[in-house]
Design a protein around this ligand. Structure first.
Ligand SMILES: Nc1nc2c([nH]c(=O)n2[C@H]2C[C@H](O)[C@@H](COP(=O)(O)OP(=O)(O)OP(=O)(O)O)O2)c(=O)[nH]1
Ligand SMILES: [Mg+2]
Length: 141
C-alpha cells in the first residue's frame, strides 16, 4: 500500500447541527464538555452522522439523545467546512422550526435559550462564526 504523509489527506467528519428557534426568536445552545473536542465552547446541539444515516436522521437522533426533543420540521440552513488542524469537520446545519418536548441538557451539559442578538457574547468554535452572522442578518441586525 502506498504510504503518505498523515497530513496529506485528512478525513472529514460530517456533523449534523441544529439551530433550534422558539417563538420568541431565541436560539437553544449548549456547552461542550471537558473531554470533548473544542472543550467548553458553546455549540448548537448535534453530532456525527453515523454510517447509513441521512443528516436529518442524525440530527433527530442527536437532538433526542442530547436535549430530549423530537424534531417535527427542519430546513437546510448552511454548510460549513472547517479545518481545526487536529480535526476537519463538515457542519451540515439545519434550522429546527418545529419540535416537541422541552430542550434540556440530558448529558449534564449547561444549556440555555439566547436571543439572536446576544449570541456573539458566547465563545463558539471558530467554524461557527458564519452561522451567528447569518442568524443576525436574518433577524435584521
Ligand atoms: N454539535 C456541534 N458540533 C460542532 C459545532 N461547531 C463545531 O465546530 N463542531 C464540531 C466539534 C466536533 O469536532 C464536531 C462534533 O462532533 P462531536 O464529537 O461533538 O459529535 P457527537 O455529538 O457525535 O459526540 P461523541 O459521540 O463523539 O461524543 O463538530 C456546533 O455548533 N455544534
Ligand atoms: Mg454532540
Amino acid at each position: 500500500m502506498m504510504k503518505m504523509r498523515s497530513d496529506t489527506i485528512k478525513k472529514s467528519v460530517l456533523v449534523a447541527v441544529g439551530v433550534i428557534e422558539n417563538t420568541d426568536g431565541e436560539i437553544f445552545i449548549c456547552r461542550r464538555g471537558a473531554s470533548q473536542h473544542q472543550a467548553y465552547k458553546w455549540e448548537f446541539p448535534g453530532g456525527k452522522v453515523e454510517a447509513g444515516e441521512s443528516v436529518a436522521q442524525a440530527l433527530a437522533r442527536e437532538l433526542a439523545e442530547e436535549i430530549g426533543i423530537a424534531v417535527r420540521s427542519c430546513q437546510p440552513f448552511m454548510r460549513i467546512e472547517h479545518d481545526y488542524g487536529d480535526k476537519q469537520v463538515i457542519l451540515d446545519i439545519r434550522k429546527v422550526t418545529a419540535f416537541t418536548g422541552k430542550p434540556q441538557g440530558l448529558e449534564g451539559q449547561p444549556s440555555r435559550w439566547v436571543p439572536v442578538t446576544e449570541l456573539h457574547s458566547y465563545d463558539f468554535p471558530a467554524a461557527n462564526s458564519p452561522i451567528v452572522d447569518k442568524l443576525l442578518t436574518e433577524a435584521g441586525n
